[in-house]
Design a protein around this ligand. Structure first.
Ligand SMILES: Nc1nc2c(ncn2[C@@H]2O[C@H](COP(=O)(O)OP(=O)(O)O)[C@@H](O)[C@H]2O)c(=O)[nH]1
Ligand SMILES: [Mg+2]
Length: 330
């Protein structure tokens, strides 16, 4: 068995679709979240370059996000989707993303259990990732993890986000299709989730349709969706994910959205936006790390000068940026 010592070896194994290598490289990305600027110089950087050099065709995997309040059935629905997607021969990647948790594993442990059916399927890659409490860490790490899954040959990547709020909106920025899940009788969580729903939902799912109140939830959503003026009106699908009910309807809704994206040119625009975000996140992280590593003293000196009214903040910032730029050349 290969030792996966260098970034090049690691990338080679990823491109051969080896789950161990995929896991290792995504772990490297996750570990680098604490200091993303410096990480770009190590094994990780080498591996990412090698992945790009070894790619045989443009990147075009479909990225589908699943989001919604905790306990609504995201992991169960993800597992159901894996089943139907595998049924038509797609290689499927799953990235379970926890924006809030400062530690890995916890909240995602249950998800792993729910996706266990697929643990031994060589056509399925399941990884979880957390920001380990570093704000902005996921914006840096998520697009790169998607890139790794894509390089490993995934046709479709399902991104499950834990929790609600700002983070799910951020994740919507990296997906082609965002599925927002709700369930009847979830009280305040559902109310909170609904507030931001229309902006990010491409497909709405009312899961746990075996429970009382499902029809009322659908009615309520239908009224909200009816008010939308966007060219794409999110369809509402009801599912019982624990029994695989509604899987076909959900897949059909996802396919319709994908067709809409391709026909309108929006698919390419979203992929481009994703690539822009990916580059920008890496560049900003490197800049930030250069600032602190190379120019802490200079920044201190400039701060003293500013306090002494011997410079203004704009001139001082120009001075700092010039020093960073010069450092880049070195
Ligand atoms: N009754 C019912 N329970 C469900 C359904 N889907 C998921 N569950 C259960 O709801 C709980 C939370 O599901 P999970 O997929 O982990 O939710 P997540 O936190 O959104 O990922 C689990 O106990 C599931 O078995 C459903 O359609 N009906
Ligand atoms: Mg889950």
């Amino acid at each position: 068995m290969t030792r996966l010592g260098t970034g090049g070896e690691l990338a080679g194994e990823v491109m051969r679709g080896r789950p161990r290598a995929v896991a290792r490289l995504i772990s490297l990305i996750e570990a680098a979240v604490a200091d993303p600027g410096s990480a770009a110089d190590g094994t990780l950087r080498e591996a990412m370059a090698e992945l790009a050099a070894g790619a045989r065709e443009p990147y075009r995997a479909r990225v589908i996000g699943l989001t919604g309040p905790p306990g609504v059935g995201k992991s169960t629905t993800t597992s159901m989707l894996i089943r139907v997607l595998r049924g038509r021969g797609a290689r499927v990647g799953v990235l379970a993303v926890d924006p809030s948790s400062p530690f890995t594993g916890g909240a995602l442990l249950g998800d792993r259990v729910r996706m266990q059916d697929h643990a031994t399927d060589p056509g399925v890659f399941i990884r979880s990732m957390s920001s380990r409490g570093h704000p902005g860490g996921l914006a840096w790490a998520t697009p790169q993890a998607l890139r790794v899954l894509e390089a490993a040959g995934c046709d479709v990547i399902l991104v499950e986000t834990v929790g609600a709020g700002q983070a799910e909106v951020a994740i919507a920025g990296v997906t082609d299709t965002t599925v927002v899940l709700l369930a009847p009788g979830m009280g305040d969580d559902v109310q909170a989730a609904k507030a931001g729903i229309l902006e990010i939902a491409d497909v709405l799912v009312v899961n746990k349709a075996d429970r009382e109140g499902a029809r009322a939830t659908v009615r309520e959503l239908r009224t909200m969706v009816g008010l939308a003026t966007a060219p794409w009106r999110p369809p509402i699908v009801t599912t019982v994910a624990t029994r695989d009910e509604g899987a076909g309807e959900l897949l059909a809704a996802l396919d319709r959205h994908q067709a809409y994206l391709e026909e309108s040119g929006e698919a390419h625009r979203r992929r481009l936006a994703r690539a822009r975000d990916e580059i920008e996140a890496v560049a900003l992280a490197r800049l930030r790390s250069r600032f602190s590593a190379l120019h802490g003293d200079r920044l201190d000196a400039l701060a003293e000068r500013l306090l002494a009214a011997r410079t203004d903040p704009y001139t001082a910032a120009d001075d700092l940026l010039a020093a960073v730029a010069a450092g880049t050349e070195a």
